[in-house]
Design a protein around this ligand. Structure first.
Ligand SMILES: Nc1ncnc2c1ncn2[C@@H]1O[C@H](COP(=O)(O)OP(=O)(O)OP(=O)(O)O)[C@@H](O)[C@H]1O
Length: 737
């Protein structure tokens, strides 16, 4: 400070000698300050406006954002492509993939207009996630955090001690004191062992902490994902979450690592700065110099550079979030190819799939390139400040106490020199550690903004899970005109599920009753305006009608997958969490596991043992569906990929075997025997009826009529008829509505 004031005085004197006045100089200085402040205020606004037309920054509309990204991507692709025509084709393709990405990912953030970034939303979301990751003040995670903190503080003390040791070593070298030099060197080597152990421990604890956080989050999200059939609702009834699998795996993992890393990345530099500052003040005091001038200078320089960096920093949160989106889409396309490999191979559709895959990858690459190029300039500026501006300031700070201190007259010259050398070495080492700490703190800003991106995705996912579990969806965007015509009631643009589901407990009234229930798709298309039915046990219902008339949708409503927008549905209460209705689709699902697991699905081996079902009984079940040869061919316990091993008809028969194992009250059969031969089909229906299972069958095969007592026929125009099958001929137009 003293140096600065001396410098200012001498400059002013020179200026006055040249004919200028102090008054004119102060006015010029004030004018420059006002100009700089105006630039500071207007620059961010101008930058936002400019970026509104060019890039993604500052855009609140997700559609607009992705369009902007397309523009950016296009420019990258244009450089690469050879001819104009190729560029146009690729542009077209990119637009298509971007649209597909949007449709497939369903990522039109219908409800939330927030963008990830350093704001209040981020803090609230982070708080919520931290409460999940650290549920109690005393838990495994807090213990890990405690040990981690102790290690971080110890590391700082060790750094200060090492800096002091190095100062002493140099002092004894200057004094040519070999004995003390050897002693100090020995101490220096001795301290290396705990120092390296603590360094390694810090990394170990950081990884353990990340894993512990991840485990808590995964457990919590899995619980929510499987609550109230959320895995179905999220992808079918709601449109906010794209690729839940990616968020549940990759995003949670990156988020947890990022939080654990940031903890040490933020706390250690803070400890370092605090303790190093104190140590430096003490050594300045020893030199009898002003202890405040150095820290004050450092504070002014660092806060100014930090402010500039904050202003010019790109929106890393938004960029990272979009990158994760595109990565998720790429994985989604890969998993689609794996799931539908056989169909694609039969069609020879590899060319189309390859193009889509390449485009998805290109979009990811262009996003990453954009992040790299934005980082390039930012890191350059950051390095300039940190490596050069700060080092220069450091040199001034270190030299200030020496230049401004008073020499002790009671000591000889060589003692004074060695003292100053010791101070300089210690202060230099402390400064290097301090600068490193500040650099880490500053670079943490980027990480915090990136963390905001992951927090946005993870917290957003949990929020959607919580809402969909309660039946709050955000998908449908239907026009005002259609809304006005609709029989549904809307609130905030979303339809109100006003219908009631009433579970009956009494065994006497274990029928299924629908009273004025509309069949409405998740897109709010009304397939059947009102349906009234009464299905008693033993009343086997034959359901028929043209394609898309709402037959399967009726099953979705009975199973509680789709919300009920009106009327009442009475169904028997699920027993031990399992519904009284057993649904079998046309393409049955084969789980991961053995032959035994396929038959008893969704029961586990424990459930099977509890029910006292033996292997012999399972063989009996297989015999009923003419699948005994599978049990002969393979052991009951060998795990295989049954999806590929079994033929279409065998898979359907396996699904019927499940029905015979579970013996539910009602079976919802959705064209589930379309690939089964007629004789086996008839025997299956006979056995099911003999077991006392009430059948609700969707089929286009008239041969199955004889196994049913009632007919529900949809006409595809929203009308339906429901009557006993014996009366079909006599009263064909009887409508019960
Ligand atoms: N998840 C969904 N989201 C939006 N609309 C859907 C969804 N599932 C079905 N639909 C629509 O609901 C209508 C009824 O479909 P549903 O599956 O009930 O037909 P279906 O009568 O079983 O036909 P099919 O005999 O061809 O199986 C169709 O127009 C279909 O497009």
């Amino acid at each position: 400070m003293t140096v600065l004031s001396k410098l200012t005085d001498s400059t002013l004197k020179k200026y006055e000698q040249l004919g200028g006045t102090r008054e004119a100089l102060s006015k010029a200085f004030i004018g420059a300050a006002i100009f700089a402040y105006t630039v500071k205020l207007t620059y961010p606004i101008l930058r936002n406006q400019l970026s509104g037309g060019k890039g993604c920054r500052g855009s609140s509309d997700s559609d607009k954002t992705s369009k902007n990204y397309n523009n950016n991507n296009n420019s990258v692709v244009k450089v690469k492509t050879k001819s104009r025509k190729n560029t146009e084709n690729e542009d077209e393709l990119q637009t298509k993939v971007a649209q597909a990405e949007k449709i497939l990912s369903k990522s039109k953030r219908l409800k939330t207009k927030r963008q990830p970034g350093l704001n209040l939303d981020f803090l609230l979301q982070l708080k919520k996630l931290l409460e999940i990751m650290i549920p109690r003040p005393l838990c495994y995670e807090t213990a890990l955090l405690g040990i981690h903190t102790v290690c971080l503080v110890s590391r700082t003390f060790l750094s200060i001690y090492v800096a002091a040791l190095e100062g002493a070593i140099v002092k004894f070298i200057v004094r040519k004191d070999i004995k003390n030099f050897a002693l100090m060197l020995l101490k220096w080597f001795g301290i290396a062992i705990p120092a390296t152990f603590i360094n390694s421990m810090i990394r170990y604890l950081e990884n353990k902490l990340a894993l512990a956080f991840r485990t808590r989050l995964v457990k919590h999200s899995y619980h929510l994902y499987f609550k109230n059939q959320n895995y179905y609702r999220v992808s079918n009834l709601d449109g906010r979450i794209e690729n839940a699998d990616h968020r549940l795996t990759e995003d949670i993992s990156v988020f947890a690592s990022s939080v654990a890393h940031l903890y040490s990345h933020l706390t250690k530099p803070c400890f370092d700065l605090m303790l190093i500052g104190l140590a430096m003040m003490r050594s300045s005091q020893k030199m009898r110099a002003n202890i405040f001038s150095g820290p004050l200078l450092a504070f002014v320089v660092i806060s100014t550079t930090a402010h500039i960096l904050r202003i010019v920093s790109p929106k890393f949160g938004l960029l990272v979030s979009e990158e994760a989106n595109r990565y998720g889409h790429l994985r989604h396309i890969h998993s689609r190819i794996i799931t539908n490999a056989e169909e694609i191979a039969f069609y020879g559709g590899h060319k189309v799939e390859l193009i889509q895959l390449r485009e998805a990858y290109n979009r990811l690459v262009s996003q990453m390139n954009m992040i790299f190029s934005q980082k390039l300039w930012f890191v350059m500026l950051e390095q300039f400040f940190m490596k050069y501006v700060w080092s220069g300031t450091g040199m001034v700070m270190v030299s200030l106490p020496i230049l401004t201190s008073t020499t002790r007259k009671d000591r000889d010259n060589s003692t004074n020199v060695s003292e100053r050398t010791q101070y300089l070495t210690t202060a230099r080492n402390l400064l290097i550690s301090g600068a490193d700490a500040i650099e880490r703190l500053m670079s943490s800003y980027k990480e915090i903004v990136a963390l905001a991106g992951y927090t946005y995705r993870v917290a957003g996912m949990l929020e959607v899970f919580e809402e969909t579990a309660q039946g709050i969806y955000s998908k449908t965007r239907i026009s005002e005109a259609r809304r006005a015509e609709s029989i549904l009631e809307f609130q905030n643009g979303q339809p109100l599920a006003k219908g009631k589901i009433i579970y009956t407990d009494d065994d006497q009234t274990s029928g299924i009753y629908l009273h004025s229930v509309p069949i409405v798709t998740p897109n709010c298309d009304i397939v059947v305006p009102s349906l009234t039915l009464s299905i008693e046990p033993g009343m086997h219902l034959f359901i028929t009608g043209p394609n898309g008339c709402g037959k399967s949708s009726l099953f979705r409503i009975l199973s509680g997958l789709w919300p009920i927008y009106g009327g009442e549905l009475h169904i028997p209460r699920p027993i031990e969490g399992k519904p009284c209705m057993f649904y079998i689709p046309q393409r049955p699902y084969m789980s991961i596991g053995s032959l035994c697991d396929q038959i008893i699905y969704p029961d586990t081996r424990e459930d099977m043992d509890r029910k006292n079902v033996t292997e012999a009984q399972l063989r009996e079940v297989l015999k009923m569906v003419a699948l005994e040869h599978i049990a002969e061919r393979d052991s009951f316990d060998v795990v295989r990929d049954w999806k590929d091993i079994l033929s279409g008809g065998e898979k359907q028969r396996m699904a019927i075997a499940r029905l015979f194992y579970h013996k539910p009250k009602y079976a919802l059969l959705d064209e589930c025997t379309s690939a089964v031969s007629v004789d086996v089909e008839s025997s299956i229906y006979e056995i099911a009826k003999n077991m006392g299972i009430t059948l609700l069958t969707i089929t286009h095969r008239p041969t199955l009529r004889k196994f049913h007592t009632h007919l529900l026929e949809f006409d595809g125009q929203g009308n339906w008829t429901f009557q006993p099958l014996g009366n079909v001929e006599s009263s064909p137009s009887g409508k019960l509505r």
